[in-house]
Design a protein around this ligand. Sequence first.
Ligand code: GLC
Length: 516
Amino acid sequence: MKLTRTADLWWKNAVVYCLDVETFHDSDGDGHGDFRGLTQKIDHLHNLGVTCVWLMPFFPSPDRDDGYDITDFYGVDPRLGTHGDFVEFVRTARDRGIRVIADLVVNHTSDQHPWFQEARSSKDNPRRDWYVWRDQPPPDAEKGVVFPDKEKSLWELDKKTGQYYLHRFYKHQPDLNVANPEVRDEIARVMGFWMELGLSGFRVDAVPFLLEAPVQDLPDPHDYLCDLRAFLSRRNGEGVLLGEVNLPYTDTMKFFGSADGVGDELNMCFDFIGMQQMYLSLARKDASPLTHALKERPLPPRDCHWATFVRNHDELTLDKLTEPERQEVFAAFGPDPDMQLYGRGLRRRLPSMLDGDLRRIKMVYSLLFALPGTPVLFYGEEVGMTEDLSQEGRLAVRTPMWWDAAREQRHDDDSLLSWIKQLIRAYRDCPELAWGTYELIDTPEPAVLAHRCDIDGGTVIAVHNLGDEEAELDLSSVDGELTDVFTEQPVKPKFTLEPYGCRWLRAWAEGVQVSR
Ligand code: GLC
């Protein structure tokens, strides 16, 4: 059955917006945001055109990794509200046609989680096997440390029981043992619980690490991801798993799964490679790194999609660039060592990296919505929020939402906020972008990225000038009359694109009935 563009595949043209309840809006003036505050601000998200909110962890936590260290997967951090407040938020969002997903952080728990407290109490505790223990750390214990500024090894000695436990991230985040069927059942129960309270799915944290422990009674760890997805779909047919998988394309592809060409693991994977190549392109003012990435990027299986982003809540990782490429991006966008993190990323937001050049910033967001994939925004991007380097590490980009800027920009037609609203409206109005096939169009201008998206006889062409000089475009090879998507005015096939300029064009081929 060939059903496209249905609500079952709603994520294909979703606009995802990631936020942390704690920094979004404070309803009671106690100094940090809360669910009631978020609910009060739902119309900001609705007016922007957001269709899916991704909540960063809101669970009880000692907050040593900004909530990614959880002590109760079934709870709500009392500083943020209650289950009642959570349900009211989800209901209010749904009332505006906005679905809600949340971080599923089950690679590890906090070391304060009662499960770990029990597990570490003795070697024969029934929870012992919920975590991963060894008498000696393996020889490669120091390889792959994620936070090299704080950790030296993936294994930590538990003095009382004399064994080492695995922690992929900080030592206060012991890894759960998903090889244990009880742990797997518990993870399913957690997902079932929040879906019953209204969630439409999850952003799955650190997926490759979650699957790395050998899952004994399954021949392939991917079978576990398959099980999770099947469980989710049984409970909620439109449920979605959006995975954090930062690997080369061919490795990431495995996480979509593929039974007879239809994905059966993650519905969406973030395009970390495309994101990094985009920054390299911006640094060089040359579209080729991004063009090359888009050519190399495999098509996901049916019913799956890439998720695209300009910024997320972590360091802007450049780990998949070569060392000289990374240094180029550092030199262009974060030369000061204080702007860099873990030797591989930047703790800056886009507007400051581009020296506040609004034309250039607008062009980058146009790219985000025009390129194939589901766009994911990080809160504050819509109003041009910048970082605060006086905050520690990644917290530099997780400061409170700029509501004053949102108020100022709302009625200014030239503001970034108005531009992002227009982009979202156009993106939702051009099914070609989300549902269609895409092709890159060759141009002689190295700074220009041009591509077309087609579906059911409809064609949208987008051109982006990543350079600071005018570029001459000739789209005479495209069939049909061209009109500008935003102004609906006719456009001649030969035109000049201003520095950092962009255009979305619709090609009206004669005699073709466009079904929209
Ligand atoms: C993921 C999150 C990051 C967190 C880490 C540990 O990489 O994106 O913010 O610190 O997992 O949970």
